[in-house]
Each structure stands twice: as structure tokens, then as C-alpha cells.
Design a protein around this ligand. Structure first.
Ligand SMILES: Cc1cc2nc3c(=O)[nH]c(=O)nc-3n(C[C@H](O)[C@H](O)[C@H](O)COP(=O)(O)OP(=O)(O)OC[C@H]3O[C@@H](n4cnc5c(N)ncnc54)[C@H](O)[C@@H]3O)c2cc1C
Length: 508
């Protein structure tokens, strides 16, 4: 939370605000937390006026819920409904659009999937992103330059390459790469997780018994650049510092992907592109603005209450965040894991800030090395060149990883729109001093529970949710059941739950 603390009293902020008279527009987006708190506190009760019978109800229209629906549809099953709390489906992979560009509100890329990630490849083939000849569509692969880092007062190409490393540091880096290569070759580090051995044999994963920082220290890694990279990886994928994240999870970030993959795959509005496709396949069986307030046993089946409708069904795929289940699902246990809060801000720019000759050019992903946030991604990066447009949208990502999640969440939710916008501008001004003169809008989304934190022990802690008894009728599918909040995990969990649901209702 260094960022918020700095914001509260920063003399630099006062000075910059004074010399920047340009009016700033923008708003806080509805993060659905009011609806969520209503469910938690039992304030969402409405009289039932309609009873509908359907074999399967999917709760939550994020990637996991939509993937469950997509899979059932592919298996020829039509008798299901997806109930989504928000006005639009997508969850953490939703996007937005304004006159300048479409942009992401959360998830914004998927690495090129490994050949064993069959379902991801199937989806991408269906969408034309993966060709019949095995090649990836050039328009969907991230264009160069992919990343740059602001360090020691200037933008430099790449990430680790941006750090000046002496021979000792370079030796450590080579040793780290060899270790990662050996872990990769072991086959235990996979995306989705379920393809590897670790998920089923957690005793064979002692790396999940210590934090990433403790592992680095134990292995004698002292390089500031390497320690920065591991910490950045944990903040980037888990919203968690290396001092809190499981060493297994941190190493998974490096070992689960091919060293020389061509990706990532990315779109102007990020993974909302994938959500739109999934939702289009499922059509009107997605009901939005339908928060589920109760799932209860009814005879041999289940009854799901949303608005004034009671859905009577045989199986529920619970694809909403799992921490909500104890407030809604009869008999659901509390989850033992914690969630990281995040802030995302979309900055609309009328023109780009001035670039200096020594700066590496703007990239897709632009990281400020000594920031508590992750920098920004350029929404128009994939636009075809030739029609230069000075206008763009930058998506700024800030995982509040420095404090305990509950404290960080309280502090984030106490920030109003202006404080959130100031946080983003003040942070980015370090790399772009004239930024305020370029930005016309800052729109902000605060996520109280953005993603699960994979803290030590996370592999074993989740088994009861992803591997329920054969006769369980509530099947947990949110990506938080994997512990790693990734598109591929959401899709895998959704499909796995859909298959169980199909078996339960005798449709396989
Ligand atoms: C800021 C951010 C950036 C990210 N970037 C990436 C990225 O670049 N690449 C990547 O792979 N992953 C990224 N992720 C991870 C992302 O969470 C996953 O990829 C994936 O989108 C999660 O999908 P999900 O369906 O499991 O969960 P969610 O997206 O959380 O979906 C759950 C859905 O359930 C709904 N819901 C909640 N309660 C109820 C209720 N009572 N009734 C009905 N519906 C309910 C919610 O509204 C939501 O739509 C990012 C996450 C965040 C927060």
C-alpha cells in the first residue's frame, strides 16, 4: 500500500495538481460489491413469483461459467441457464469501449497455449485464432514491441534486459533459468494445473511449503534484478508479493510456459474478446442482472433463487467466486484462502506524452520498475498501423499487495474516484511528466476480491472444492478453485464441472 500512503500526503501530488488545470472526466465503475454485500447480509430477499424447471443452473457468467455453458452446448445439451449477477457477462474478463478504443477492465491476454491445453486450443480454433495448419493469427499475436521497463529515469526495452547486471547477477540468472528448465521438463508445472502431477500428489510438491522469497534466499539468489522479476511475477499473476506467495506458484509462472512462445495472444478489450465469443454461442441462456441469493436442497434436487424466480434443477455449477458460496449455498463451507484487491484504471489520452530520444518506444506492456503498480497496457497496440492515431486508452493495473488483503481492501474501497485517478496519474507521471496534459478521462474499477492468493499450502487447500464426492450436486468451477487466476484455469474448471453435471443429469 505504499502507493496509497504516498498519495495521502505527497507534496509532489499537490504541486502537480496545481500546475495541471485541465478538467478531468471519469467515473467509478459499478463493481457489483453492493449486490454482493446484499447477498452476504441477507438483504436480497424477493417474493418468488415464477418457478422454472431446468436440469442445470450455472451461477456466474465469467469465463468459468461461460466455458461450462459452451462445453455443454458443444455436447448437445441445451437445458441449462447461466445466471449472472452483473448487467453484462464476463466477470474479471469484461471490457469496455469509448470513442477512442475498446479496452479491458481486467484480464487482457492469454499466452500461446501448450499443445496439451486442448480445450484452449479448441476454443481458439473455433474462433479462427488458431488456423487448421497450426499457425496463430498474426492479428491476435501481440505485436512488437511487447514490453519495456522504466528504470533509472528512462524507458528501456524488455523487462529483465532493462536492468544493468554484473557478472555475478548474470550467473545467478543463468542458474535460475536452468532450474526453471528442469522444473519445466519435470512435467509438474502445467497450465491448466490439472494436467500436471502436482495437483493430485501435493506431497510431492515441497515447493508449496515455503514462500517464493524464502526459496530464493534458501537457494542463494541475491540478484536484485532476479528478485524484482520474481516479485513482479507474483504481483502480476497473483496480486501477491513474493514474500507471501507459494514458491511453487511463483515457479509455475516461469516453468509452465514454453521458454520461446510467440505470444501472448491479446485484443483491444483483452479477454472480453473471448467472453463475447463464448456468450454468443450460448445466446439467450445467459440471464444477466440475476444475482443468485440462495441455493438450497429441495427433495433430491436443488432450488436456486434469483430475483423473483425459483429455478428447480438437478445440478448447480457454482462459477461465482467460491468465497461467496457460504453466504448463498446451503451447507457450503468457508474457504481457507484469501483474495487480493486490485484497482484498474482506464486512462483516455487525446495524445501521447512526449517521448525522449533515449527512451525505448511505447510497447504493449509498459512497466515502471519501482512502482507498487504494474504499469499500463496500451489498448490500441494491436490496431493495424498506417492510420496513425495519437489518441489511445491505457489500462493501468494496481494490485494492492503490500498490506494484508482485508486491510488493503478496506483502504481501496475507501478511495473515491478522484483519489483513485490521482493514484494512477501520480504513479505514471514519474515516467511521463506531461501526462496530465494528455489525459481527458480516467475511469476506475475497484475489485475488493479480484483473485485468490496462492499462499504456501494452496495446492492441498483446494482439493475438496475441485474434487467433490461423486454424488455432489453443487460443483465448484471458479478459477479460484485452482488457486491461480488464469483464463486457462477458469476454462478448465468450467468444463470439468460441466462434465460432472452432465453425468449427474444422465446426459453423457
Ligand atoms: C485485474 C485483473 C487482471 C487479470 N488479467 C488476466 C490476464 O491478463 N490473463 C488471464 O488469463 N487472467 C487474468 N486475470 C484473471 C481472471 O480472473 C481469470 O482469467 C478469469 O477471467 C476468471 O474467471 P472466473 O469465471 O473464474 O471468475 P470471475 O471472472 O470472477 O467470474 C465470476 C462471475 O460470477 C458472478 N457472480 C458473483 N456472484 C454471483 C451471484 N451471487 N449470482 C450470479 N453471479 C454471480 C460475477 O459477477 C462474475 O461475472 C485477471 C484478473 C484481474 C482481476
Amino acid at each position: 500500500m505504499a502507493g496509497v500512503a504516498a498519495l495521502a500526503g505527497a507534496p509532489a501530488l499537490v504541486r502537480l495538481t496545481r500546475k495541471a488545470p485541465r478538467p478531468l472526466a471519469g467515473a467509478l465503475l459499478d463493481d457489483s460489491s453492493a449486490a454482493g454485500h446484499g447477498l452476504r447480509d441477507g438483504r436480497a430477499d424477493v417474493a418468488v413469483r415464477r418457478v422454472v424447471r431446468t436440469p442445470v443452473v450455472i451461477v456466474g457468467g465469467g469465463v468459468a461459467g461461460l466455458s461450462a455453458a459452451w462445453w455443454m452446448q458443444r455436447q448437445g445439451m441445451r437445458d441449462f441457464v447461466v445466471l449472472e449477477l452483473a448487467r453484462n457477462a464476463g466477470g474479471n474478463a469484461r471490457g469496455g469501449e469509448n470513442a477512442v478504443s475498446a479496452y479491458p477492465w481486467g484480464a487482457h491476454y492469454v499466452p500461446v497455449p501448450h499443445p496439451r491445453a486442448e480445450h484452449v486450443r479448441l476454443l481458439f480454433a473455433e474462433m479462427g485464432i488458431l488456423g487448421a495448419d497450426g499457425t496463430w493469427s498474426e492479428t491476435d499475436l501481440c505485436h512488437a514491441p511487447k514490453e519495456r521497463t522504466f528504470i533509472h529515469g528512462r524507458w528501456r526495452e524488455g523487462q529483465l534486459e532493462a536492468f544493468a547486471m554484473d557478472a555475478t547477477e548474470q550467473g545467478e540468472l543463468r542458474r535460475f533459468e536452468e532450474t526453471v528448465e528442469a522444473l519445466r521438463a519435470s512435467g509438474a508445472f502445467t497450465v491448466p494445473l490439472a494436467l500436471g502431477a502436482a495437483e493430485h500428489d501435493v506431497a510431492a510438491s515441497p515447493l508449496d511449503g515455503l514462500t517464493a522469497d524464502a526459496w530464493l534466499a534458501r537457494e542463494g539468489y541475491r540478484s536484485p534484478a532476479l528478485r524484482w522479476l520474481v516479485d513482479y511475477a507474483c504481483r502480476d499473476d497473483f496480486g501477491t508479493r513474493a514474500r507471501d506467495a507459494s514458491a511453487w506458484a511463483a515457479l509455475h509462472y516461469f516453468a509452465a510456459r514454453d521458454h520461446d512462445e510467440d505470444g501472448p495472444l491479446t485484443w483491444a478489450d483483452g479477454n472480453a474478446r473471448l467472453v463475447r465469443h463464448l456468450a454468443s454461442r450460448v445466446g439467450d441462456r445467459v440471464v444477466t442482472g440475476a444475482p443468485v441469493r440462495r441455493v438450497e436442497r429441495r427433495g433430491g434436487g436443488l432450488r436456486v433463487l434469483a430475483g423473483d424466480t425459483a429455478w428447480e434443477c438437478d445440478a448447480v455449477v457454482w462459477a461465482a467466486p467460491t468465497f461467496l458460496a457460504p453466504h448463498v449455498v446451503e451447507g457450503a463451507p468457508a474457504v481457507p484462502w484469501r483474495y487480493a484487491p486490485w484497482m484498474v484504471a482506464n486512462l483516455t489520452l487525446d495524445r501521447r506524452p512526449a517521448a525522449r530520444a533515449q527512451d525505448a518506444p511505447e510497447a504493449w506492456d509498459n512497466v515502471i520498475a519501482d512502482s507498487p503498480a504494474l504499469g499500463y497496457v496500451v489498448a490500441t497496440h494491436q490496431a493495424l498501423r498506417g492510420v496513425p492515431d495519437e489518441r489511445t486508452v491505457w489500462t493501468y493495473y494496481w494490485p494492492l499487495a503490500d498490506a494484508a488483503p482485508a486491510d488493503a481492501r478496506r483502504r481501496l474501497l475507501a478511495l473515491d474516484w478522484r483519489a483513485c485517478a490521482e493514484h494512477a496519474l501520480t504513479d505514471l507521471e514519474r515516467a511521463h511528466p506531461d501526462l496530465r496534459a494528455c489525459v481527458s478521462r480516467v475511469d476506475v474499477l475497484r475489485y475488493g476480491h479480484a483473485m485468490p492468493r496462492p499462499e504456501p499450502g494452496f495446492l492441498a487447500a483446494r482439493r475438496a472444492w475441485w474434487d467433490p464426492p461423486r454424488d455432489a450436486r453443487v460443483l465448484y468451477a471458479n478459477s479460484d478453485v485452482s488457486g491461480l487466476s488464469l483464463f486457462e484455469e477458469a476454462q478448465w474448471r468450467g468444463i470439468a464441472a460441466a462434465e460432472r453435471a452432465l453425468a449427474l443429469v444422465g446426459r453423457v
